[in-house]
Design a protein around this ligand. Structure first.
Ligand SMILES: Nc1ncnc2c1ncn2[C@@H]1O[C@H](COP(=O)(O)OP(=O)(O)O)[C@@H](O)[C@H]1O
Ligand SMILES: [Mg+2]
Length: 252
């Protein structure tokens, strides 16, 4: 079943053309890694897919819902209230966690489910405890963000996103702010989510991780998908010269 269909997304900031006709699809349970040099438009693409940024042209369909339509070469969005509601189908885990500093781990995970999804508190807490257990943080439910390591904070951020039960979970370089030891614990959680069937789109520089965990890899270069396909094949045996160059450079 198709969870995401992106067609011909273009995005310009003033006169900087950042995304130049990006199209791809994802199926339920699929894990896609987006790789590519800094400045290539990876974050902008994730921000368009999570509706933090509006595309200029192109369409976005999530879980069968054509949220952004392309009408005569222009992206057409629903009104803000409608967009906010339909955008809940996609979750985003940020590079730098973005936890609420004055709320406990449990509160970080129940705030949006109670205020946005209108779950009652007991149910939101039950869900949150289950998800926190899944990411290995059962013993931290009452802790505050300042009491956690970077890896633990990122796992709370992942749990918080999962508590909204998204159809698609996006990650923007989830380990780039972490030391190598802490990186491993976060990558392990993401791998475990894959085993539980969570559909994930992950921007990452962790090429070994992408090779191991992703089904599909996409090489985004200068706003264009230059190569996409089976993650192992693409990473072990890239066809495009620029993909080869990029992979060689980051292996150094
Ligand atoms: N809000 C913005 N306003 C202007 N330029 C932006 C904005 N966001 C990103 N850019 C520019 O778009 C390009 C792509 O950035 P980004 O999507 O962050 O790339 P990546 O995540 O691949 O490093 C960069 O040149 C960046 O400076
Ligand atoms: Mg980025």
């Amino acid at each position: 079943m198709e969870i995401l269909k992106v067609e011909n997304i273009n995005k310009t900031f003033d006169d900087l053309h950042v995304l130049k006709g990006v199209s791809f699809c994802m199926n339920k349970g699929e894990v896609v890694a987006i790789i590519g040099s800094s400045g290539g438009g990876k974050t902008t693409l994730l921000r368009c897919l999570t509706f933090l940024e509006k595309a200029d042209c192109g369409s976005i369909t999530i879980d069968g819902d054509n949220i952004v339509a392309d009408v005569e070469g222009k992206s057409v969005y629903p009104n803000d209230e409608e967009l906010r509601k339909r955008a809940l189908k996609v979750g985003l885990v940020f590079q730098d966690f973005n936890l609420f500093p004055h709320k406990s781990v449990l509160q970080n995970c129940t705030l949006a489910p109670t205020s946005v999804l209108k779950l009652d508190k007991a149910q939101a807490e039950e869900n949150a405890r289950r998800v926190l257990e899944q990411v290995g943080l059962s013993d931290k439910v009452d802790a505050y963000p300042y009491q956690l390591s970077g890896g633990q904070k990122q796992r709370v951020a992942i749990a918080r996103a999962l508590c909204m039960n998204p159809s698609l979970l996006c990650f923007d370089e989830p380990t780039s702010a972490l030391d190598p030891e802490l990186t491993a614990e976060v990558l392990k959680v993401i791998k475990d989510l894959k085993d539980h069937g969570v559909t994930m789109l992950i921007v990452t520089h962790e090429i070994d991780f992408a090779r191991e965990v992703a089904d599909t890899a996409i090489f985004l270069d200068n706003g264009v998908i230059l190569e996409q396909g089976n993650a192992k094949e693409l990473i072990d045996n890239p066809k495009n010269e620029r993909t080869k160059e990029f992979l060689k450079k980051i292996a150094e």
